[in-house]
Design a protein around this ligand. Structure first.
Ligand SMILES: [Zn+2]
Length: 572
Protein backbone atom coordinates (compact mmCIF):
# COMPACT_ATOMS: atom_id res chain seq x y z
CA UNK A 1 0.00 0.00 0.00
CA UNK A 2 2.67 2.45 1.09
CA UNK A 3 4.75 1.67 -1.98
CA UNK A 4 1.86 2.75 -4.20
CA UNK A 5 1.88 6.21 -2.59
CA UNK A 6 5.20 7.14 -4.19
CA UNK A 7 3.80 7.23 -7.71
CA UNK A 8 1.35 9.97 -6.67
CA UNK A 9 4.18 12.48 -6.85
CA UNK A 10 4.88 11.62 -10.47
CA UNK A 11 1.64 13.36 -11.55
CA UNK A 12 2.48 16.60 -9.75
CA UNK A 13 2.60 19.64 -12.02
CA UNK A 14 1.09 17.71 -14.94
CA UNK A 15 -2.65 17.77 -14.30
CA UNK A 16 -3.27 20.64 -16.71
CA UNK A 17 -1.05 19.21 -19.45
CA UNK A 18 -3.61 17.09 -21.23
CA UNK A 19 -6.93 15.29 -20.78
CA UNK A 20 -5.06 12.01 -20.61
CA UNK A 21 -2.68 13.27 -17.88
CA UNK A 22 -5.59 14.56 -15.79
CA UNK A 23 -7.54 11.33 -16.18
CA UNK A 24 -4.61 9.11 -15.30
CA UNK A 25 -3.78 11.19 -12.23
CA UNK A 26 -7.29 11.15 -10.71
CA UNK A 27 -7.83 7.52 -11.68
CA UNK A 28 -4.61 6.49 -9.99
CA UNK A 29 -5.23 8.72 -6.95
CA UNK A 30 -8.75 7.47 -6.27
CA UNK A 31 -7.59 3.88 -6.86
CA UNK A 32 -5.05 4.33 -4.07
CA UNK A 33 -7.61 5.95 -1.74
CA UNK A 34 -10.10 3.14 -2.39
CA UNK A 35 -7.62 0.44 -1.39
CA UNK A 36 -6.34 2.52 1.49
CA UNK A 37 -9.90 2.62 2.92
CA UNK A 38 -10.10 -1.14 2.59
CA UNK A 39 -6.90 -1.63 4.57
CA UNK A 40 -8.02 0.95 7.13
CA UNK A 41 -11.39 -0.81 7.48
CA UNK A 42 -9.60 -4.09 8.13
CA UNK A 43 -7.50 -2.57 10.93
CA UNK A 44 -10.44 -0.76 12.54
CA UNK A 45 -12.89 -3.65 12.46
CA UNK A 46 -10.27 -5.99 13.88
CA UNK A 47 -9.37 -3.56 16.63
CA UNK A 48 -13.01 -2.86 17.57
CA UNK A 49 -13.61 -6.59 17.96
CA UNK A 50 -11.18 -6.62 20.91
CA UNK A 51 -9.67 -3.30 21.90
CA UNK A 52 -7.23 -5.05 24.27
CA UNK A 53 -5.29 -6.63 21.38
CA UNK A 54 -2.15 -4.65 20.67
CA UNK A 55 -1.62 -6.01 17.15
CA UNK A 56 -4.70 -4.43 15.52
CA UNK A 57 -4.16 -1.27 17.58
CA UNK A 58 -0.66 -0.93 16.14
CA UNK A 59 -2.14 -1.48 12.66
CA UNK A 60 -4.62 1.32 13.29
CA UNK A 61 -1.84 3.68 14.32
CA UNK A 62 0.17 2.77 11.27
CA UNK A 63 -2.89 3.46 9.12
CA UNK A 64 -3.27 6.87 10.80
CA UNK A 65 0.26 7.81 9.82
CA UNK A 66 -0.22 6.49 6.29
CA UNK A 67 -3.38 8.57 6.03
CA UNK A 68 -1.54 11.76 6.95
CA UNK A 69 1.11 10.93 4.37
CA UNK A 70 -1.52 10.22 1.75
CA UNK A 71 -3.25 13.57 2.21
CA UNK A 72 0.05 15.44 2.16
CA UNK A 73 1.16 13.65 -1.03
CA UNK A 74 -2.10 14.40 -2.81
CA UNK A 75 -2.57 17.97 -1.52
CA UNK A 76 -1.41 19.39 -4.86
CA UNK A 77 -4.36 17.97 -6.80
CA UNK A 78 -7.17 20.43 -6.00
CA UNK A 79 -5.17 23.67 -6.41
CA UNK A 80 -3.74 22.31 -9.68
CA UNK A 81 -7.18 21.43 -11.03
CA UNK A 82 -8.39 24.92 -10.09
CA UNK A 83 -5.59 26.41 -12.17
CA UNK A 84 -6.86 24.74 -15.34
CA UNK A 85 -8.94 27.37 -17.19
CA UNK A 86 -12.62 26.44 -17.53
CA UNK A 87 -12.58 26.31 -21.36
CA UNK A 88 -9.58 24.03 -21.35
CA UNK A 89 -11.25 21.75 -18.82
CA UNK A 90 -14.42 21.58 -20.95
CA UNK A 91 -12.19 20.56 -23.86
CA UNK A 92 -10.59 17.86 -21.68
CA UNK A 93 -14.01 16.35 -20.98
CA UNK A 94 -14.68 16.18 -24.73
CA UNK A 95 -11.31 14.61 -25.52
CA UNK A 96 -11.35 12.03 -22.75
CA UNK A 97 -14.83 10.50 -22.16
CA UNK A 98 -13.54 8.46 -19.20
CA UNK A 99 -13.12 11.76 -17.29
CA UNK A 100 -16.93 11.85 -17.00
CA UNK A 101 -16.64 9.59 -13.92
CA UNK A 102 -14.88 12.44 -12.14
CA UNK A 103 -17.17 15.26 -13.27
CA UNK A 104 -18.95 15.70 -9.92
CA UNK A 105 -15.60 15.70 -8.10
CA UNK A 106 -14.09 18.29 -10.44
CA UNK A 107 -17.25 20.43 -10.60
CA UNK A 108 -17.32 20.54 -6.83
CA UNK A 109 -13.75 21.87 -6.70
CA UNK A 110 -14.74 24.56 -9.19
CA UNK A 111 -17.91 25.38 -7.30
CA UNK A 112 -15.87 26.50 -4.29
CA UNK A 113 -13.44 28.48 -6.40
CA UNK A 114 -14.43 31.98 -5.23
CA UNK A 115 -13.97 30.86 -1.63
CA UNK A 116 -10.59 29.28 -2.26
CA UNK A 117 -7.74 31.71 -1.69
CA UNK A 118 -4.37 31.95 -3.32
CA UNK A 119 -1.56 29.63 -2.30
CA UNK A 120 0.10 31.81 0.35
CA UNK A 121 -3.24 32.78 1.89
CA UNK A 122 -4.30 29.13 2.01
CA UNK A 123 -0.98 28.29 3.68
CA UNK A 124 -1.68 30.99 6.27
CA UNK A 125 -5.16 29.59 6.91
CA UNK A 126 -3.71 26.11 7.25
CA UNK A 127 -1.31 27.45 9.90
CA UNK A 128 -4.18 29.19 11.72
CA UNK A 129 -5.94 25.85 12.01
CA UNK A 130 -3.56 25.05 14.89
CA UNK A 131 -5.55 27.46 17.06
CA UNK A 132 -9.12 26.89 15.93
CA UNK A 133 -9.79 23.95 18.23
CA UNK A 134 -8.92 25.80 21.43
CA UNK A 135 -12.43 26.95 22.39
CA UNK A 136 -13.91 23.51 21.81
CA UNK A 137 -11.03 21.71 23.51
CA UNK A 138 -11.18 23.83 26.66
CA UNK A 139 -14.96 23.43 26.75
CA UNK A 140 -14.60 19.69 26.40
CA UNK A 141 -11.86 19.29 29.01
CA UNK A 142 -13.60 21.59 31.46
CA UNK A 143 -17.07 20.08 31.16
CA UNK A 144 -15.92 16.46 30.96
CA UNK A 145 -13.13 16.50 33.50
CA UNK A 146 -12.28 19.60 35.49
CA UNK A 147 -15.63 21.13 36.34
CA UNK A 148 -16.68 20.43 39.95
CA UNK A 149 -19.97 18.54 39.91
CA UNK A 150 -22.64 18.64 42.59
CA UNK A 151 -23.68 15.61 44.61
CA UNK A 152 -27.26 15.30 45.84
CA UNK A 153 -29.20 12.93 48.09
CA UNK A 154 -32.22 11.24 46.47
CA UNK A 155 -35.44 10.43 48.32
CA UNK A 156 -34.37 6.78 48.64
CA UNK A 157 -31.23 7.87 50.48
CA UNK A 158 -28.79 7.35 47.60
CA UNK A 159 -26.08 9.97 47.08
CA UNK A 160 -25.53 10.63 43.38
CA UNK A 161 -23.06 12.79 41.50
CA UNK A 162 -24.50 14.95 38.76
CA UNK A 163 -22.03 14.93 35.92
CA UNK A 164 -23.47 14.74 32.39
CA UNK A 165 -24.05 10.98 32.68
CA UNK A 166 -25.61 11.34 36.14
CA UNK A 167 -27.89 14.10 34.90
CA UNK A 168 -29.04 11.96 31.96
CA UNK A 169 -29.78 9.03 34.24
CA UNK A 170 -31.52 10.84 37.12
CA UNK A 171 -33.54 13.47 35.26
CA UNK A 172 -35.91 10.64 34.27
CA UNK A 173 -36.63 9.47 37.85
CA UNK A 174 -40.27 8.93 38.68
CA UNK A 175 -40.19 10.82 41.99
CA UNK A 176 -40.84 14.44 41.11
CA UNK A 177 -38.99 15.92 44.13
CA UNK A 178 -35.89 14.03 42.99
CA UNK A 179 -36.14 15.49 39.50
CA UNK A 180 -36.50 18.99 40.95
CA UNK A 181 -33.32 18.50 43.03
CA UNK A 182 -31.50 17.06 40.01
CA UNK A 183 -32.43 20.03 37.80
CA UNK A 184 -31.65 22.66 40.42
CA UNK A 185 -28.28 21.18 41.33
CA UNK A 186 -27.21 20.40 37.76
CA UNK A 187 -28.20 23.69 36.15
CA UNK A 188 -27.14 25.62 39.25
CA UNK A 189 -23.69 24.06 38.89
CA UNK A 190 -23.49 25.15 35.25
CA UNK A 191 -24.70 28.62 36.12
CA UNK A 192 -21.82 29.13 38.57
CA UNK A 193 -19.48 28.98 35.57
CA UNK A 194 -21.58 30.96 33.08
CA UNK A 195 -18.83 33.56 32.52
CA UNK A 196 -16.27 30.87 31.65
CA UNK A 197 -18.73 28.90 29.44
CA UNK A 198 -19.70 32.17 27.76
CA UNK A 199 -16.09 33.04 26.98
CA UNK A 200 -15.56 29.58 25.48
CA UNK A 201 -18.66 29.69 23.28
CA UNK A 202 -17.87 33.23 22.19
CA UNK A 203 -14.42 31.94 21.14
CA UNK A 204 -16.09 29.33 18.97
CA UNK A 205 -18.40 31.91 17.35
CA UNK A 206 -15.46 34.25 16.69
CA UNK A 207 -13.61 31.36 15.01
CA UNK A 208 -16.55 30.87 12.65
CA UNK A 209 -16.55 34.61 11.92
CA UNK A 210 -12.83 34.41 11.10
CA UNK A 211 -13.49 31.78 8.41
CA UNK A 212 -16.58 33.55 7.10
CA UNK A 213 -14.52 36.71 6.62
CA UNK A 214 -11.34 35.15 5.24
CA UNK A 215 -13.24 32.88 2.85
CA UNK A 216 -15.50 35.75 1.83
CA UNK A 217 -18.92 34.42 2.79
CA UNK A 218 -21.94 36.62 3.55
CA UNK A 219 -22.71 34.86 6.82
CA UNK A 220 -21.42 32.15 9.14
CA UNK A 221 -24.46 30.06 8.18
CA UNK A 222 -23.61 30.26 4.49
CA UNK A 223 -19.98 29.47 5.24
CA UNK A 224 -20.91 26.35 7.24
CA UNK A 225 -23.50 25.01 4.78
CA UNK A 226 -21.50 25.63 1.62
CA UNK A 227 -19.18 22.65 2.16
CA UNK A 228 -22.06 20.30 1.36
CA UNK A 229 -23.74 22.77 -0.97
CA UNK A 230 -26.88 23.07 1.16
CA UNK A 231 -28.79 26.32 0.45
CA UNK A 232 -29.33 28.49 3.54
CA UNK A 233 -33.04 28.52 2.66
CA UNK A 234 -33.25 24.89 3.89
CA UNK A 235 -32.08 26.05 7.31
CA UNK A 236 -34.39 29.06 7.43
CA UNK A 237 -37.34 26.99 6.23
CA UNK A 238 -36.79 24.51 9.05
CA UNK A 239 -36.88 27.22 11.71
CA UNK A 240 -39.83 28.99 10.10
CA UNK A 241 -41.89 25.80 9.82
CA UNK A 242 -41.10 24.68 13.34
CA UNK A 243 -42.19 28.03 14.72
CA UNK A 244 -45.41 27.86 12.73
CA UNK A 245 -46.17 24.41 14.13
CA UNK A 246 -45.35 24.79 17.81
CA UNK A 247 -49.01 23.96 18.48
CA UNK A 248 -48.19 20.32 17.67
CA UNK A 249 -45.41 20.29 20.27
CA UNK A 250 -47.75 21.98 22.74
CA UNK A 251 -50.39 19.32 22.12
CA UNK A 252 -47.79 16.73 23.08
CA UNK A 253 -46.79 18.67 26.19
CA UNK A 254 -50.43 18.85 27.29
CA UNK A 255 -50.78 15.11 26.70
CA UNK A 256 -47.62 14.53 28.73
CA UNK A 257 -49.04 16.63 31.55
CA UNK A 258 -52.23 14.56 31.49
CA UNK A 259 -50.42 11.20 31.42
CA UNK A 260 -48.03 12.17 34.20
CA UNK A 261 -50.98 13.42 36.21
CA UNK A 262 -49.43 16.74 37.26
CA UNK A 263 -51.25 20.06 37.82
CA UNK A 264 -48.61 22.11 36.14
CA UNK A 265 -46.03 20.81 33.65
CA UNK A 266 -42.47 21.91 34.37
CA UNK A 267 -39.27 21.56 32.37
CA UNK A 268 -38.13 18.91 34.87
CA UNK A 269 -41.13 16.77 33.81
CA UNK A 270 -39.82 16.16 30.28
CA UNK A 271 -37.84 12.96 30.77
CA UNK A 272 -39.73 10.38 32.85
CA UNK A 273 -41.43 7.92 30.52
CA UNK A 274 -45.14 8.40 29.95
CA UNK A 275 -46.14 4.90 31.00
CA UNK A 276 -44.50 2.21 33.07
CA UNK A 277 -41.77 0.62 30.91
CA UNK A 278 -42.98 -2.71 29.57
CA UNK A 279 -40.89 -5.70 28.72
CA UNK A 280 -40.45 -6.11 24.98
CA UNK A 281 -37.83 -8.76 24.34
CA UNK A 282 -36.61 -10.23 21.06
CA UNK A 283 -33.88 -12.81 20.46
CA UNK A 284 -31.53 -11.99 17.61
CA UNK A 285 -33.16 -14.63 15.40
CA UNK A 286 -36.60 -13.20 16.12
CA UNK A 287 -35.31 -9.70 15.38
CA UNK A 288 -33.86 -10.64 12.00
CA UNK A 289 -37.13 -12.34 11.07
CA UNK A 290 -39.26 -9.34 12.12
CA UNK A 291 -36.94 -6.86 10.39
CA UNK A 292 -37.14 -8.86 7.16
CA UNK A 293 -40.94 -8.96 7.34
CA UNK A 294 -41.10 -5.24 8.02
CA UNK A 295 -38.72 -4.27 5.23
CA UNK A 296 -40.37 -6.51 2.65
CA UNK A 297 -42.18 -3.33 1.50
CA UNK A 298 -38.82 -2.31 0.00
CA UNK A 299 -38.88 -5.26 -2.38
CA UNK A 300 -37.19 -8.62 -2.96
CA UNK A 301 -33.72 -7.35 -3.82
CA UNK A 302 -33.59 -5.38 -0.58
CA UNK A 303 -34.63 -8.39 1.50
CA UNK A 304 -32.27 -10.71 -0.39
CA UNK A 305 -29.42 -8.35 0.51
CA UNK A 306 -30.56 -8.35 4.15
CA UNK A 307 -30.25 -12.13 3.99
CA UNK A 308 -26.69 -11.80 2.76
CA UNK A 309 -25.90 -9.48 5.67
CA UNK A 310 -27.39 -11.99 8.14
CA UNK A 311 -25.96 -15.15 6.57
CA UNK A 312 -22.58 -14.05 5.25
CA UNK A 313 -21.26 -12.72 8.55
CA UNK A 314 -21.44 -8.98 7.84
CA UNK A 315 -22.60 -8.41 11.43
CA UNK A 316 -20.70 -8.75 14.70
CA UNK A 317 -23.75 -9.33 16.90
CA UNK A 318 -23.19 -9.81 20.61
CA UNK A 319 -21.31 -7.92 23.35
CA UNK A 320 -17.95 -9.42 24.20
CA UNK A 321 -15.03 -8.67 26.50
CA UNK A 322 -12.87 -5.90 25.04
CA UNK A 323 -15.30 -5.17 22.21
CA UNK A 324 -16.18 -1.49 21.64
CA UNK A 325 -19.59 -0.41 22.92
CA UNK A 326 -22.49 0.94 20.86
CA UNK A 327 -23.34 0.15 17.27
CA UNK A 328 -22.30 1.31 13.81
CA UNK A 329 -22.25 0.43 10.14
CA UNK A 330 -19.15 0.89 8.02
CA UNK A 331 -19.37 0.96 4.24
CA UNK A 332 -15.79 2.00 3.49
CA UNK A 333 -14.54 -1.32 2.12
CA UNK A 334 -15.86 -0.51 -1.37
CA UNK A 335 -14.82 -3.79 -3.03
CA UNK A 336 -15.97 -6.02 -0.18
CA UNK A 337 -19.29 -5.31 1.60
CA UNK A 338 -20.47 -3.14 4.52
CA UNK A 339 -19.90 -4.29 8.10
CA UNK A 340 -22.07 -3.81 11.17
CA UNK A 341 -20.99 -3.80 14.79
CA UNK A 342 -23.77 -4.41 17.34
CA UNK A 343 -23.96 -5.12 21.04
CA UNK A 344 -27.23 -6.99 20.80
CA UNK A 345 -28.95 -7.31 24.14
CA UNK A 346 -32.45 -8.55 23.33
CA UNK A 347 -34.48 -5.38 23.95
CA UNK A 348 -36.79 -3.57 21.53
CA UNK A 349 -34.16 -0.84 21.25
CA UNK A 350 -31.58 -3.40 20.11
CA UNK A 351 -33.87 -4.65 17.36
CA UNK A 352 -34.54 -1.06 16.34
CA UNK A 353 -30.80 -0.27 16.34
CA UNK A 354 -30.20 -3.31 14.14
CA UNK A 355 -32.80 -2.03 11.65
CA UNK A 356 -31.14 1.40 11.84
CA UNK A 357 -27.64 0.09 11.12
CA UNK A 358 -29.03 -2.12 8.34
CA UNK A 359 -30.42 1.08 6.80
CA UNK A 360 -26.89 2.51 6.67
CA UNK A 361 -25.54 -0.79 5.38
CA UNK A 362 -28.07 -1.05 2.54
CA UNK A 363 -27.42 2.58 1.60
CA UNK A 364 -23.69 1.80 1.40
CA UNK A 365 -24.24 -1.52 -0.35
CA UNK A 366 -26.42 -0.13 -3.13
CA UNK A 367 -24.29 3.01 -3.55
CA UNK A 368 -21.06 1.02 -3.69
CA UNK A 369 -22.63 -1.39 -6.16
CA UNK A 370 -23.99 1.29 -8.51
CA UNK A 371 -21.50 4.15 -8.26
CA UNK A 372 -17.83 4.46 -9.13
CA UNK A 373 -15.72 4.78 -5.99
CA UNK A 374 -15.33 8.56 -6.33
CA UNK A 375 -19.13 9.02 -6.06
CA UNK A 376 -20.02 6.15 -3.74
CA UNK A 377 -19.91 8.04 -0.45
CA UNK A 378 -23.25 9.68 0.40
CA UNK A 379 -23.33 13.23 1.80
CA UNK A 380 -23.66 13.79 5.59
CA UNK A 381 -27.00 15.49 5.07
CA UNK A 382 -28.39 12.17 3.76
CA UNK A 383 -26.53 9.87 6.13
CA UNK A 384 -29.31 9.36 8.68
CA UNK A 385 -32.22 9.19 6.22
CA UNK A 386 -32.08 5.52 5.26
CA UNK A 387 -31.36 4.43 8.84
CA UNK A 388 -34.20 6.31 10.53
CA UNK A 389 -36.60 5.41 7.70
CA UNK A 390 -35.97 1.75 8.60
CA UNK A 391 -36.74 2.45 12.26
CA UNK A 392 -40.03 4.07 11.24
CA UNK A 393 -41.01 1.17 8.97
CA UNK A 394 -40.13 -1.32 11.70
CA UNK A 395 -42.20 0.43 14.35
CA UNK A 396 -45.19 0.55 12.00
CA UNK A 397 -44.86 -3.21 11.43
CA UNK A 398 -44.35 -4.11 15.09
CA UNK A 399 -47.38 -2.09 16.19
CA UNK A 400 -49.57 -4.08 13.82
CA UNK A 401 -48.77 -7.21 15.81
CA UNK A 402 -49.21 -5.80 19.32
CA UNK A 403 -52.65 -5.65 20.91
CA UNK A 404 -51.86 -5.03 24.62
CA UNK A 405 -52.65 -1.37 25.33
CA UNK A 406 -49.69 -0.91 27.77
CA UNK A 407 -47.19 -2.16 25.22
CA UNK A 408 -48.69 0.00 22.49
CA UNK A 409 -48.60 3.04 24.75
CA UNK A 410 -44.97 2.39 25.61
CA UNK A 411 -43.89 2.16 21.95
CA UNK A 412 -46.01 5.12 20.85
CA UNK A 413 -44.83 7.18 23.81
CA UNK A 414 -41.16 6.59 22.97
CA UNK A 415 -41.84 7.42 19.34
CA UNK A 416 -43.57 10.65 20.29
CA UNK A 417 -40.65 11.61 22.50
CA UNK A 418 -38.28 11.12 19.54
CA UNK A 419 -40.33 13.71 17.62
CA UNK A 420 -39.85 16.16 20.49
CA UNK A 421 -36.13 15.53 20.98
CA UNK A 422 -35.22 15.34 17.30
CA UNK A 423 -37.56 17.49 15.26
CA UNK A 424 -38.28 20.22 17.82
CA UNK A 425 -35.35 20.23 20.23
CA UNK A 426 -32.67 20.12 17.53
CA UNK A 427 -34.38 22.94 15.64
CA UNK A 428 -34.52 24.90 18.88
CA UNK A 429 -30.73 24.45 19.10
CA UNK A 430 -30.36 25.45 15.45
CA UNK A 431 -32.36 28.62 16.07
CA UNK A 432 -30.12 29.54 19.03
CA UNK A 433 -27.00 28.83 16.98
CA UNK A 434 -28.19 31.06 14.16
CA UNK A 435 -29.18 33.87 16.51
CA UNK A 436 -25.83 34.06 18.34
CA UNK A 437 -23.89 34.06 15.07
CA UNK A 438 -26.09 36.79 13.61
CA UNK A 439 -25.49 38.92 16.70
CA UNK A 440 -21.74 38.43 16.52
CA UNK A 441 -21.80 39.28 12.79
CA UNK A 442 -23.39 42.60 13.75
CA UNK A 443 -20.57 43.16 16.21
CA UNK A 444 -22.69 42.64 19.32
CA UNK A 445 -20.95 41.32 22.44
CA UNK A 446 -21.68 37.78 23.58
CA UNK A 447 -21.25 36.95 27.25
CA UNK A 448 -22.51 34.09 29.39
CA UNK A 449 -25.44 36.20 30.57
CA UNK A 450 -26.31 37.20 27.02
CA UNK A 451 -26.27 33.54 25.85
CA UNK A 452 -28.60 32.67 28.73
CA UNK A 453 -30.98 35.51 27.88
CA UNK A 454 -31.20 34.42 24.23
CA UNK A 455 -31.50 30.72 25.06
CA UNK A 456 -34.20 31.32 27.66
CA UNK A 457 -36.31 33.34 25.21
CA UNK A 458 -36.21 30.56 22.63
CA UNK A 459 -36.80 27.84 25.23
CA UNK A 460 -39.84 29.65 26.65
CA UNK A 461 -41.25 30.12 23.16
CA UNK A 462 -40.87 26.44 22.21
CA UNK A 463 -42.35 25.13 25.45
CA UNK A 464 -45.22 27.63 25.53
CA UNK A 465 -44.21 29.26 28.83
CA UNK A 466 -46.28 32.36 28.14
CA UNK A 467 -49.29 30.30 26.99
CA UNK A 468 -49.38 28.29 30.20
CA UNK A 469 -48.22 25.06 28.53
CA UNK A 470 -44.97 24.51 30.47
CA UNK A 471 -43.36 26.46 33.28
CA UNK A 472 -39.75 27.26 32.41
CA UNK A 473 -37.74 28.51 35.39
CA UNK A 474 -35.20 31.19 34.51
CA UNK A 475 -32.36 29.00 35.82
CA UNK A 476 -32.79 26.62 32.85
CA UNK A 477 -31.67 29.33 30.45
CA UNK A 478 -28.14 28.09 31.17
CA UNK A 479 -28.87 24.81 29.32
CA UNK A 480 -26.79 26.04 26.34
CA UNK A 481 -23.67 25.41 28.44
CA UNK A 482 -24.56 21.71 28.57
CA UNK A 483 -24.81 21.19 24.78
CA UNK A 484 -21.48 20.22 23.13
CA UNK A 485 -23.07 20.45 19.67
CA UNK A 486 -22.78 24.25 19.67
CA UNK A 487 -19.13 23.57 18.85
CA UNK A 488 -20.04 21.59 15.69
CA UNK A 489 -20.58 24.61 13.43
CA UNK A 490 -24.24 24.46 12.30
CA UNK A 491 -24.44 20.69 12.43
CA UNK A 492 -27.52 19.93 14.58
CA UNK A 493 -30.16 21.13 12.10
CA UNK A 494 -29.38 18.01 10.08
CA UNK A 495 -30.74 15.83 12.88
CA UNK A 496 -34.11 17.53 12.33
CA UNK A 497 -34.04 17.63 8.54
CA UNK A 498 -32.97 13.99 8.12
CA UNK A 499 -35.52 12.87 10.74
CA UNK A 500 -38.28 14.69 8.86
CA UNK A 501 -37.09 13.42 5.51
CA UNK A 502 -37.00 9.82 6.76
CA UNK A 503 -40.46 10.08 8.36
CA UNK A 504 -41.85 11.53 5.15
CA UNK A 505 -40.19 8.87 2.97
CA UNK A 506 -41.36 6.06 5.27
CA UNK A 507 -44.94 7.37 5.09
CA UNK A 508 -44.78 7.54 1.30
CA UNK A 509 -43.36 4.02 1.02
CA UNK A 510 -45.85 2.51 3.45
CA UNK A 511 -48.64 3.94 1.31
CA UNK A 512 -47.74 1.13 -1.10
CA UNK A 513 -46.91 3.18 -4.19
CA UNK A 514 -44.62 0.87 -6.26
CA UNK A 515 -43.17 3.86 -8.07
CA UNK A 516 -42.10 5.26 -4.72
CA UNK A 517 -40.19 2.07 -3.83
CA UNK A 518 -38.39 2.23 -7.16
CA UNK A 519 -37.44 5.84 -6.52
CA UNK A 520 -36.25 4.98 -3.03
CA UNK A 521 -33.98 2.20 -4.29
CA UNK A 522 -32.56 4.67 -6.80
CA UNK A 523 -31.98 7.03 -3.90
CA UNK A 524 -30.10 4.30 -2.00
CA UNK A 525 -28.04 3.65 -5.13
CA UNK A 526 -27.10 7.25 -5.80
CA UNK A 527 -24.35 7.71 -3.17
CA UNK A 528 -22.76 11.11 -3.65
CA UNK A 529 -23.26 11.31 -7.41
CA UNK A 530 -25.31 14.46 -6.82
CA UNK A 531 -25.70 16.97 -3.98
CA UNK A 532 -28.07 16.16 -1.13
CA UNK A 533 -30.98 18.48 -1.96
CA UNK A 534 -31.37 17.45 -5.64
CA UNK A 535 -30.95 13.80 -4.59
CA UNK A 536 -33.92 14.09 -2.22
CA UNK A 537 -35.89 15.94 -4.87
CA UNK A 538 -35.57 12.93 -7.17
CA UNK A 539 -37.14 10.68 -4.54
CA UNK A 540 -40.01 13.17 -4.30
CA UNK A 541 -38.98 15.30 -1.33
CA UNK A 542 -38.38 19.01 -1.69
CA UNK A 543 -36.47 20.13 1.40
CA UNK A 544 -36.99 23.77 0.46
CA UNK A 545 -40.76 23.28 0.63
CA UNK A 546 -43.19 22.73 3.54
CA UNK A 547 -44.05 19.16 2.54
CA UNK A 548 -41.57 17.10 4.62
CA UNK A 549 -42.50 19.14 7.65
CA UNK A 550 -46.22 18.77 7.04
CA UNK A 551 -45.99 14.99 6.64
CA UNK A 552 -43.90 14.65 9.80
CA UNK A 553 -46.22 16.86 11.85
CA UNK A 554 -49.27 14.97 10.59
CA UNK A 555 -47.62 11.76 11.67
CA UNK A 556 -46.93 13.17 15.12
CA UNK A 557 -50.58 14.19 15.42
CA UNK A 558 -51.65 10.74 14.28
CA UNK A 559 -49.54 9.14 17.04
CA UNK A 560 -51.22 11.41 19.58
CA UNK A 561 -54.67 10.47 18.20
CA UNK A 562 -53.74 6.81 18.71
CA UNK A 563 -52.51 7.41 22.25
CA UNK A 564 -55.65 9.33 23.18
CA UNK A 565 -57.79 6.56 21.75
CA UNK A 566 -55.97 3.90 23.78
CA UNK A 567 -56.26 6.01 26.92
CA UNK A 568 -59.98 6.43 26.33
CA UNK A 569 -60.37 2.67 25.87
CA UNK A 570 -58.48 2.11 29.10
CA UNK A 571 -60.82 4.57 30.79
CA UNK A 572 -57.99 6.97 31.62
ZN1 LIG B 1 -27.05 6.25 12.24
Amino acid sequence: MAARFDKLESFKGKLGNSAKDLYEAVEYGFGVVKDFYRVATYASRLSDQDTRESGPLAMKQEIGQLGTRLSKLSAYAEPEILKIPKEKLDQFFKEEPRLETYRQYIDDIYRRKEHTLNESEEALLAEASRMVGTAENTYSIFSNADMPRPTIKLSDGREVRLDAAGYTAYRALNVREDRISVFEAFFGGLNDFRRLFGTQLNGEVQKNIFYKNTRKYDSCLQSALDGNNIPTSVYHKLIENTNKNLATLHRYLKLRKRMLGVDELHYYDMYPSLVKEVDLKYTYDEATKIIKEALLVLGQEYVATLDRAFNERWIDVYPNTGKVSGAYSSGSAYDVHPYILMNYNGQYDDMSTLAHELGHTMHSYFSNKNQPFVNANYPIFLAEVASTANEAILIDHVLKGIKEPEKRLSILGNLLESFRTTMFRQTQFAEFELKIHEMAEKGEALTGDKFTEIYLDILKKYYGHNDGVTVIDDLYGIEWAYIPHFYYNFYVYQYSTSFMASQALAEKMLSGDPNMIKKYLNFLSSGGSEYAIPTLKKVGLDMTSDEPFTIATNKMNKIMDDIEKILAEMGK
